[in-house]
Design a binder for this molecule. Structure first.
Ligand SMILES: Nc1ncnc2c1ncn2[C@@H]1O[C@H](COP(=O)(O)OP(=O)(O)OP(=O)(O)O)[C@@H](O)[C@H]1O
Ligand SMILES: [Mg+2]
Length: 282
């Protein structure tokens, strides 16, 4: 695969990042509409409900995670854009969400020009990592930071990968899903070699699963065969309540607490917390 133009041998390395708590997880897949935002919101909500203080960073200029938590564009005076451009700091810019323990760093439309603005900067891959330095993050006392990435392997997504300890990749059960995942893993390896040696795949999450559907079953079987324990046991079913909740500005567990979708994301949070305990908190 060709190396994206954002990489260069002059890129400074950041081995000093230690990846202690909080865990920073990029929810990423360059394919559009696969459930990144739905996962970021509802996994974030489930972690928060389980008592883990969680920050959701909306790194997508579309701002779906911000809207989905009830933040209209006028509520977003301070956004991840101002934090990345050092006009403010993390602590100043984060906002409480409708759910206790869940915080949001909103997106702004200006992020869409960040790609072009950053491209000639020496530290173009490191703006988010710098904004999430240990000093900045220690001020806000959270255990998890989830980053909702845009549907592209652009400079914003690469910033997320450089700032994160791991990547959670939602995979929609459809024909070309695994090819797209190979490309994502290729980019992860490049980021690991030039900028963030500790980056790893947290897991692949099968989304919008309908086990009555042959294709859905086949994609699930192929994914589990190829990626084995990297695929979360929990799968997210296709369910209308998950698609309705954002229009009410709520995570599913506040909109329809006992719905299948809400329970699935609660199970995902438990599976992730369980895996992290087994790995000694890594
Ligand atoms: N499990 C699900 N069941 C039903 N609908 C879902 C489910 N997950 C997501 N959706 C719906 O599918 C659409 C795409 O989901 P989402 O916005 O989470 O994807 P995305 O990967 O963030 O998209 P983008 O790439 O545009 O950022 C949305 O309308 C969402 O409400
Ligand atoms: Mg999205």
């Amino acid at each position: 695969m060709p190396i994206p133009p954002f990489f260069s041998l002059r890129e400074p390395r950041v081995p000093k990042r230690r990846h202690k708590a909080p865990r920073i997880i990029a929810v990423a897949n360059q394919k559009g509409g696969v459930g990144k935002t739905t996962t970021a919101i509802n996994l974030g909500a489930s972690l928060a409900k389980a008592g883990a203080h969680t920050l959701l960073i909306d790194l997508d200029p579309q701002g779906n995670a911000s809207t989905g938590l009830g933040f209209t564009p006028k509520d977003r005076a301070l956004s991840v854009h101002e934090v990345m451009s050092k006009k403010t700091n993390l602590q100043e810019a984060i906002q409480k969400s409708p759910l206790d323990n869940l915080y949001l760093l909103p997106s702004s439309e200006q992020l869409s020009s960040a790609d072009i603005a950053l491209v000639n900067e020496e530290r173009r891959l490191f703006f988010l990592a710098d904004a999430l330095s240990d000093t900045e993050v220690n001020r806000i006392n959270v255990s998890y930071i989830l980053i909702d990435c845009p549907p592209s392997l652009n400079i914003l997504t690469l910033n997320a990968m450089v700032a994160s300890s791991s990547i959670l990749a939602p995979l929609q059960a459809e024909f070309f899903a695994l090819e797209g995942l190979a490309q994502l893993i290729g980019s992860m390896r490049q980021v690991r070699s030039v900028a963030n040696p500790l980056l790893h795949l947290e897991g692949v999450l099968l989304t919008m699963i309908d086990r009555r559907n042959n294709l859905s079953r086949q994609v699930e079987r192929d994914a589990r065969q190829n990626l084995q324990q990297l695929v979360f046991d929990t799968v997210i079913p296709r369910t209308v309540k998950l698609s309705e909740a954002p229009s009410h500005g709520l995570p599913a567990l506040l909109y329809a607490q006992n719905s299948k979708g809400s329970v699935a994301y609660k199970n995902l949070a438990e599976e992730m917390l369980g895996r992290n305990t087994q790995n000694g908190g890594r």
